[in-house]
Write a protein that binds this ligand. Structure first.
Ligand code: UDP
Ligand code: MG
Length: 318
């Protein structure tokens, strides 16, 4: 019989695990959906993994693993996809901000033949102004670079086994789960949901972590910033041609520009553009460097089933 895996990345979520496990099992059992819950503790520094183990002891359908350190939500999602055995897999936050009531709807669409079911945010829920602004900026930049509307999209989605296998076979290390599910294509349906309030604990994203996430994802998903360097160069060349003739004519007519002001300004402007360009190229270099090193996306310290050290190196077939 077809069954559903739910992947839940968790970073310092000790207060949430038991409640989330209970709410999800109840929802799924009431709807007669066969399921398993896969919790990934992303190097939590609190007792998240102990709670996962408690939950697993109560309910054999609950499994989990813990990373050796914090590898980030992307890595946790991919570790969960790797562990999940279901015919369909749902990825959702373990703070219940993604409402469990939507799951039966997603499951139904899957049974009717959808291969990807995207969760689309109706509202962003209650968030602080600073968080809304930084998240807003983040989505603006991302949407522009990826050329897909990312504002309403989220990591809350259902993927068919086929799609999960495709995602797991991608060789890249820097993944952006949210956009990759668009990129792979497949028959896609959407469901909308209201973002709920976080029950316990607080959001794990700071302004800087969001910005870092934006830059990493933008450079791993789009080459537009690189082309912007070229565009900047073209503009600079255009200006320099105009200035070249201007300066030459003034010099020949005996009225050369006096003072250092122009020189200083030019050096500053050109210097700024050069550094910016180098910085952008540097980001891509960093991405390539990370990919070439070929380190695993994550390292698992222990799972609820066994206490061994595993990582995803086994997929090495490049
Ligand atoms: N998360 C994670 N690793 C991290 C940061 C967050 O696994 O480094 C998890 C977190 O436990 C939660 C989900 O990602 O289940 C979303 O995080 P959060 O609720 O803090 O983000 P927000 O809902 O505020 O966007
Ligand atoms: Mg949240």
């Amino acid at each position: 019989m077809a069954f559903l895996s739910i992947v839940l990345p968790a970073y310092n979520e000790e207060e949430n695990i038991m409640n989330t496990a209970a709410v999800l099992s109840k929802t799924l059992e009431e709807n007669g959906i066969e399921y398993e819950l896969v919790f990934i503790s992303d190097g939590s520094r609190d007792r998240t993994f102990e709670r996962i183990r408690d939950a697993a002891a109560d309910n054999p359908r609950i499994r989990g693993a813990e990373f050796s350190r914090n590898f980030g939500k992307e890595a946790a999602i991919f570790a969960g996809l790797e562990m999940a055995k279901g015919n369909a897999v749902i990825v959702m936050d373990c703070d219940l901000q993604h409402p469990p009531q939507v799951i039966p709807e997603m499951w139904k669409l899957w049974q009717e033949g959808a291969e990807v079911v995207e969760g689309i945010k109706q509202s962003r829920g209650q968030e602080s102004l600073a968080h809304r602004l930084s998240a807003g900026m983040f989505y603006k930049i991302m949407s522009m670079l990826i050329k897909m509307d990312m504002n309403a999209s989220s990591d809350f989605k259902l993927l068919d086994r086929k799609v999960v296998d495709v995602l797991l076979s991608l060789p890249e290390r820097n993944t952006f789960f949210r956009a990759l599910s668009f990129w792979v294509g497949f028959r896609t349906e959407t469901v909308t949901y209201e973002v709920q309030e976080r029950r316990y604990g607080k959001s794990k994203w700071s302004f800087f972590s969001l910005m870092k996430y934006a830059v990493t994802n933008a450079t791993s998903f789009s080459t537009l910033p690189l082309q912007m360097v070229t565009a900047m160069g073209l503009v600079a060349i255009l200006f320099s041609v105009i200035l070249f003739f201007d300066t030459l004519i003034r010099f020949l007519s005996g009225a050369a520009v006096e003072g250092f002001t122009t020189v200083i300004l030019l050096i500053l402007i050109i210097g700024g553009f050069l550094m910016l360009g180098l910085g952008i190229v540097g980001h891509y270099l960093a991405r390539i460097y990370e990919e070439v090193k070929g380190r695993p996306k994550y390292i698992i310290r222990q799972t609820t089933e066994e206490e061994t050290i595993k990582c995803d190196i086994k997929k090495e077939k490049r």
